[in-house]
Design a protein around this ligand. Structure first.
Ligand code: SF4
Ligand code: SF4
Length: 487
């Protein structure tokens, strides 16, 4: 992490000896700035495909319209989430829980199969670092040019290049913050407010906060977020096993490493005491976390495949077989398995169980969304009035209980609802039993429920289970409650 000024006197540590003078040693290694070299190849193309995909979705989604409203909007003030044709209320929290469980299980599954694929290709930290690095390369050049520029004195060229880079970074960060807030406040309204600087205090705060987080994390913190801040890096080892596909250096093939002429016959390498690694350090130079994969699997590795791409390029140039660094498993490396043998082990029982559970939960969530009624009802008994005797419409005595029903219309059209009560013979709703509610609106309805006196006597004193049946838009919802008969 960042260098700390915290030091300890070495003489205070047992076993470190003592001397006249105290030697101060730092507890932390100073961070080295990493200058990743640009790389092309299969995995770089995959990463860029995912950068495009995720960013088109992120920046484009809030501008999509669905009918008269934004297609995806998390309206926290009105406590409504709009997801295309769906309107979700806080009562639909179960779907969010389901989504989180699916995300966690998917992460377990993908990690068990192929390690940190999420980190290397789709995590926002990786995606924004990739975009910021692309801008940096356009402004300051590739690795060696950037190293020269940073080492050189400040002059007009350096100010212009660095200033230009930070200006573009800041503009992109602000646009990212604006887009983020556009998921919570209608983005068209936010856009018109932006021209008059008419944001509310929360909008100001979140646009700038998210922009600063993007600027800081993708521009400066970069690999340090992955190494020191992300909890996933810490517990990933619990999800790995010897059959997980990870980026690995084939030590048996690569060692002893060493420089050689390009003309050296690849078949004669062993006689010359050489492996396939030419020790060009290109795999270290492209690594965004600055590690040397030849030292073995390390927790800092985000499985981005940059070293695989660059090493394959080196192997091509040397006329050697590709795959000195490749996605493979520890077992495959140890036993010299073929690709087919390796993939057979990848689909091991643990992976199959994760897959089955994941599909079950996805299926369950999908089914419950399909069967979900487009309105919700909450029944609350009026605690001020337990039960009372009133005169019915024909003058007969009635026992009356009072309730409050909150009906939420989650449909996109205005709806009419009819309310009835069942559970006791002669039970009926008095007063307003039909209500009309606007699209995506909700309303509290005060409801009186009456039971003829003779039926109340037959049922006996005490509490009785009853149901409210609310029908509307072709759907019927039943909500249970209690009807009190005085003893
Ligand atoms: S890129 Fe390949 S050949 Fe070059 S140092 Fe790394 S492993 Fe060796
Ligand atoms: S070691 Fe290779 S796969 Fe791992 S982070 Fe570095 S470049 Fe990416």
């Amino acid at each position: 992490m960042v260098a700390s000024k915290k030091t300890i006197p070495i003489a205070a540590v047992p076993g470190t000896g003592s001397g006249d003078g105290e030697v101060m040693v730092s507890l932390y290694e100073a961070s080295r700035k990493i200058y990743p070299r640009s790389v092309g190849g299969l995995y770089a193309r995959w990463r860029w495909a995912l950068v495009w995909l995720t960013q088109i979705v992120f920046y484009g989604l809030p501008w999509l319209e669905w009918g008269q409203r934004q297609a995806v909007l998390f309206d926290l003030g009105a406590r409504r989430f709009y997801l295309f044709g769906l309107v979700l209320y806080p009562q639909d929290f179960i779907y969010l829980t389901g989504l989180l469980v699916i995300s966690a299980l998917a992460l377990f599954l993908f990690t068990a199969v192929a390690g940190r694929q999420w980190c290397g290709y789709a995590c926002p930290q990786t995606v924004y670092t990739e975009i910021f690095l692309w801008i940096e390369r356009r402004m300051e050049g590739d690795r060696s040019a950037r190293l020269r520029l940073d080492a050189g004195p400040w002059n007009a060229n350096k100010v212009l290049r660095k200033g230009g880079k930070h200006a573009v970074w800041l503009a992109l960060s602000l646009w990212t913050g604006f887009t983020f807030v556009g998921y919570f406040t209608p983005i068209q309204q936010l856009w018109s407010e932006a021209f008059t600087l008419g944001f509310g205090p929360w909008e100001w705060f979140w646009v700038n906060f998210y922009a600063l987080a993007t600027y800081g994390n993708a521009g400066f913190m970069r690999e340090q977020v992955c190494k020191y801040m992300c909890p996933y890096a810490r517990f990933q080892s619990a999800m790995f096993d010897r059959d997980t596909l990870v980026v690995s250096y084939d030590e048996a093939r690569g060692e002893p490493r060493g420089a050689r002429s390009r003309q050296t016959d690849p078949k004669a390498l062993r006689e010359l005491g050489l492996g396939s690694c030419i020790d060009c350090t290109m795999c270290v130079q492209v690594c965004p976390t600055g590690i040397d994969i030849r030292e073995g699997l390390q927790y800092e590795c985000i499985s981005c495949g940059a070293c695989v791409d660059v090493c394959d390029g080196v192997m091509d140039k040397m006329g050697y077989a590709r795959g000195l660094i490749r996605y493979t498993t520890q077992n495959a490396l140890q036993h010299g398995w073929s690709r087919l043998q390796t993939w057979k082990r990848v689909f091991r029982p643990r992976v199959l169980v994760y897959t089955a559970v994941l599909w079950l939960i996805i299926g369950g969530l999908f089914l419950s969304l399909m069967l979900r009624t487009p309105f919700k009802v909450d029944v609350v008994r009026d605690r001020g009035v337990l039960a009372r005797i009133v005169a019915g419409p024909d003058g007969r005595g009635m026992i009356e209980n009072v309730y409050r029903l909150q009906i939420m219309n989650a449909a996109e059209q205005m709806q009419h609802y009819r309310i009835t009560a069942t559970g006791l013979p002669g039970l009926a709703v008095a007063g307003e039993s039909e209500v009309q509610i606007d699209s995506a609106g909700s309303r509290w309805v005060a409801l009186r429920v009456q039971l003829p006196y003779e039926e109340a006597e037959r049922a006996g004193g005490g509490s009785h289970r009853i149901h409210f049946e609310i029908s509307g838009g072709g759907d019927l919802l039943k909500e249970k409650s209690i009807f009190l008969v005085p003893r």
